[in-house]
Structures are given as C-alpha cells and as structure tokens.
Design a protein around this ligand. Structure first.
Ligand SMILES: [Zn+2]
Ligand SMILES: [Zn+2]
Length: 378
C-alpha cells in the first residue's frame, strides 16, 4: 500500500514552518489518541500515521531528504529505513512531546526522558460483590504511589539549580565497553552507573526528595468495571503507576478483579446457583415460593411431586455477559428438607403417613430417579 504524503497527513503545506508542523501534529495526535478513541482501529492507524509523519517532518535533515526523494528516501517500503513505527513508538513520542520540548527520536541527540527510567507498575486487587459484577460498577480507588516531588517538580534539583551533564558518560546515559574475542570485536553498551541512565547528575539535590524527583503520595483513581468480569480479569490504567526517577515516564496500574463470596449464590460462569430448601408437604403438594436473584425476588412455582435435586431454571436472572448482550440464568436447585427434630404430634403424623401405600418409591420410580440423577451429572 502506498504511503500517504506526510504533509497531507499533517494537513500542512510544503512550506509549513517547524512551528506549524508541531502545532498540526499536536492537534491531530490529540484527536486520534487511543485513550480518546478506545477500540477504534481506524483512529489508531491515523495516530500512527500522524506520528510517523511528524517524526520525519520535525527533523530538518529527514525533511530535506524526504522533500527530495519522497518515501523512497530510505529504500523501499518504510521511509525511516527499517524502523518499524509501531503504536508504542507513537505513544512515547506523544508523551514526550506533550511535556516540554519535542525532540528527534530518530537519532542525533537522544532525549533525556527516553533514557530516563520508567516508573514501576502497580498492581492492586479490587474485590467486588456479585451484584456489582452483575451490573457493572464505577469505583474510586485510593492508592499510594510515587508522584512527582512538589518541591522540585520532578527535576530532583534544589532551588533553581540545573542538573549538569554526567562526566562519566558525557550525557549519553550509557557506557560502552569494547571486548575482543576470537570472533571479533564487540561493543557492549550498558546503563551508566553514575547517572543511572539519565545522562545528568545533580550536584545540588532537592532536600525533600534527595534528588529522586519523586515522593510518596496518595491519589484517587476512577475505574469503570464492565458487567460480567471474572476473578483474575484485570484492567490497565496507562501512566497511572509510579513516576520514574527525575521526571521519567510513569508506569501503569493494573486493577485485578476479585470476587467476594456471596451469602445466597454461587457463580457458575454467568449463571448463578441458588439452593432452595422446601418441606415434604411442599414437595408433595406443590407451592408458590419466592427466591432471591441478583435482579430482586422472583416468584416461582414448585410443581406437585417435585424430586429433591431437581433444577429449575430462571432465564436471564443471572450475570450480564461480558462481551455480548443478555444475561446468564439463575439455576434453582431444589432440596427437600428433612426435619431434624419431631414433636409428638409430628411423629404420629409421620408414622401414620409411613403406613400409606404411595409414600415409598416403587421399582419404576427408582429407575426414574436414577435417570434424574444422571441428567444432572452431565
Ligand atoms: Zn524534590
Ligand atoms: Zn552518566
């Protein structure tokens, strides 16, 4: 597929100034940002396209080359010469462009924030009731995490002092070591031990955060949990985790769903299971009873002669499906309750009943009951 003209992508003309290109990129990147267009594949493609166009046109050298040779400048296919411009590159460029100056991500001077260590991810567990899971719920969660230091605004430097270039790595953030073996010469790059990759050292450290640029604090996050989630499902909140050292990008927060035990129901997929106990007379004579469901109490009919173990299905009274319309069912398992203690009168009545002909199962009844048992084993 032929690539669209980079100027066209950014909706600027060929004489556009660097400033106009930057403004155009900002406007379009915000418009198509995946956080604003959740699940929209087309917007994501646009976002990547806009980002790639900006990456080239914001660099004077690349732009000049592109003006002369077009997309063929760096060989067939990709302008940036084998650099696969994927979503995470686009997002990173947007993040870094959003705070302070834009810089070239394709080489030349490498950006400090790109080298800076990303903050760690946080994982929190969120316990929900079956009622909340059934309908979906919005929750506010208080978490403690590392935030940018209020005193130095994340720089780690005291007062108005500025960090200086790290003498060990000359600001590159990494040190190279040449090693030789019989296969040839290798250059190994590793994170600079003096500046821990930031390329800068702080001589006059902020007294509050001791040069880290971050401090413990509390934040409240809002999360929308869709209906039908299961224990172990998680949501990721991008950029809500610990901030990195000295203004480094923040990690993510993972909210892992857990399910509280319910007094009345067990969960089986999107179905709820409720165990109903009825008396001998109710089983023999039939009755109308009320049972609880996640959708309020529901009246059900106990048919005459119901057997213990019979399952009655209440359609649509279970948990809403996560990825499709509709609800699961509620399964009511009927149990016939045997009294544990009998009064004199009850004992007499049972003894009377025991003499009756229809009270004990016959051979054909037994085979019917076996069938019933087998039906629920599968
Ligand atoms: Zn500080
Ligand atoms: Zn260094």
């Amino acid at each position: 597929m032929a690539k669209a003209d980079f100027y066209g992508v950014l909706e600027v003309d060929h004489q556009a100034s660097a400033d106009e290109i930057k403004k155009a990129y900002r406007k379009l990147a915000i418009k198509y940002h995946p956080d604003k267009n959740k699940g929209d594949q087309q917007a994501e493609e646009k976002f990547k396209e806009v980002s790639e166009a900006y990456a080239v046109l914001s660099n004077a050298e690349k732009r000049a080359s592109y003006d002369r040779f077009g997309h063929a400048a760096a060989g067939p296919g990709n302008f940036s010469g084998g650099f696969d411009f994927d979503l995470s590159d686009a997002l990173r460029m947007f993040m870094e462009g959003g705070f302070g100056g834009f810089a070239d991500i394709f080489g030349g001077r490498q950006m400090a924030s790109e080298r800076a260590q990303r903050g760690s991810d946080l994982q929190i567990s969120l316990k929900l009731t079956l009622e909340e899971i059934s309908k979906g719920v919005s929750k506010k969660i208080k978490i403690s995490k590392l935030k940018a230091c209020d005193e130095c605004h994340g720089s780690g430097a005291a007062g108005n002092s500025k960090p200086s270039t790290c003498p060990t790595c000359q600001g590159r953030g990494e040190v190279r070591r040449v090693s030789r073996s019989f296969l040839g010469q290798f250059i190994q790059a590793s994170t600079c031990p003096e500046c821990i990759g930031s390329g800068e050292i702080i001589r006059d450290k902020c007294l509050v955060c001791h040069g880290e640029g971050r401090a413990k604090g509390e934040v409240t996050l809002s999360v929308n949990i869709p209906a039908g989630v299961q224990a172990g499902n998680y949501l990721s909140l991008r950029g809500e985790g610990n901030v990195g050292l000295r203004g480094g990008p923040a990690g993510d927060v993972y909210v892992v769903i857990d399910q509280k035990k319910h007094d009345d129901f067990e969960r089986h997929g999107d179905d709820t299971i409720y165990r109903l106990f009825i008396s001998f007379p109710q089983a023999a004579l039939g009755d109308d009873v009320e049972v609880p469901t996640l959708h309020g109490r529901v009246k059900i009919n106990i048919p005459t002669g119901i057997q213990s173990g019979k399952v009655l299905r209440l359609r649509g009274k279970g948990i809403r499906h996560l990825n499709s319309a509709g609800h699961g069912d509620q399964l009511v398992i009927v149990n016939v309750y045997t009294p544990r203690k009998l009064s004199e009168k009850e004992r007499n009545l049972f003894e009377e009943l025991a003499k009756c002909d229809g009270i004990t199962p016959k051979a054909e009844e037994k085979s019917f009951l076996d069938k019933l048992k087998n039906a629920f084993r599968t």
